[in-house]
Design a protein around this ligand. Sequence first.
Ligand SMILES: NC(=O)c1ccc[n+]([C@@H]2O[C@H](COP(=O)([O-])OP(=O)(O)OC[C@H]3O[C@@H](n4cnc5c(N)ncnc54)[C@H](O)[C@@H]3O)[C@@H](O)[C@H]2O)c1
Ligand SMILES: O=c1ccn([C@@H]2O[C@H](COP(=O)(O)OP(=O)(O)O[C@H]3O[C@H](CO)[C@H](O)[C@H](O)[C@H]3O)[C@@H](O)[C@H]2O)c(=O)[nH]1
Length: 327
Amino acid sequence: MTNILVTGGAGYIGSHACKALSKAGYTPVTYDNFCTGWRDAVKFGPCEEGDLSDRTKLDEVFARYQPAAVMHFAALSQVGESMRDPGIYWRNNVEGSLTLMEAAVEAECFDFVFSSTCATYGEQDNVVLDEGSAQFPINAYGASKRAIEEMLRDFEAAHGLRHVIFRYFNVAGADEEGEVGEFHQPETHLIPLMLDAIDGKRDALTIFGTDYDTPDGTCIRDYVHVMDLVDAHVLGVKWLEDGKGSRVFNLGTGSGFSVREVIEESRNVTNRTVPYNEGPRRAGDCTKLVSGSRRAELELGWQPERSTMKRMISDAWRWHQSGHYDR
Ligand SMILES: NC(=O)c1ccc[n+]([C@@H]2O[C@H](COP(=O)([O-])OP(=O)(O)OC[C@H]3O[C@@H](n4cnc5c(N)ncnc54)[C@H](O)[C@@H]3O)[C@@H](O)[C@H]2O)c1
Ligand SMILES: O=c1ccn([C@@H]2O[C@H](COP(=O)(O)OP(=O)(O)O[C@H]3O[C@H](CO)[C@H](O)[C@H](O)[C@H]3O)[C@@H](O)[C@H]2O)c(=O)[nH]1
């Protein structure tokens, strides 16, 4: 079995990636400090507790498992927090990734798959966001991810660290088999917050801004199902295994949904009222982030077939209603 080192494997996307890797015949080795992850989400392979900044521990883990590739999910990823406290984003995300890359190169593990984000594009009205678009992040989270992308390019030039960078749009949904799902503490993402409000687990949802320059005044995002997203990562590992060169891929569907449209679809799926009120804008939010690229489909053969809004909300709702969610 081929080992893949999965940093952040105890988190939302990382745990789904471990499942997909295991189904594809790999052994996912989770490396996580559990700052936002969950021990009971590590179900599909060995677990190593450690921090990205702990070079000694990383060296031990690389030596023990000799992974063929790294899948790097571990990061802090809250836009609002990154505006209030940018230092922890530069330290955890950028410095942590630097330590990880140095350990990978030292261990001669030269294939690296990285979780980046559409937040690196920032506010670019009326621009089709493809992989060649300029990157002007407007929050420290996006800036930290852009910096890691730049480090990867330098590490390839100097040390041969080949990489696939995935710039995700908004990830949603849950494993359709219910083994893993989304659980952030605190939760900041629209869909789980809304399902909590519907279920009476928290107060009404607040719409962050109704005066954006969009048809209904609320922000527009491109949502992608987490299981489709992690399928792309398995294809990314195979891409590198096949000796193909470093590449950047957007992972989105190209369809944008406003906050009000997501609320409406949730009402349809759950057949319940969505309690919400209207509030001011949230610092760091872009008006519209929608992918304008089909590169992942054309070159990787990626098919985001589960990524309809109905399916994402249904799968998230099933996870919400399962006992697993109430940790
Ligand atoms: N959720 C989204 O919509 C979205 C969109 C774009 C990009 N991303 C990126 O995808 C990745 C995963 O996101 P997620 O939603 O699963 O987040 P998450 O918080 O659920 O998972 C992150 C995991 O990384 C671990 N971690 C963080 N810092 C660490 C460190 N220094 N050392 C070891 N482990 C550490 C956490 O404990 C957690 O298990 C992140 O890099 C995020 O920036 C997420
Ligand atoms: O209570 C809420 C929560 C969210 N929103 C709105 O819903 C949309 C989606 O917000 P999320 O917080 O769910 O996600 P973001 O768009 O902020 O996503 C950003 O953060 C993610 C990581 O958490 C990813 O990195 C992603 O690429 C990046 O754009 C935004 O317009 C936001 O303003 C609300 O109106 N009310």
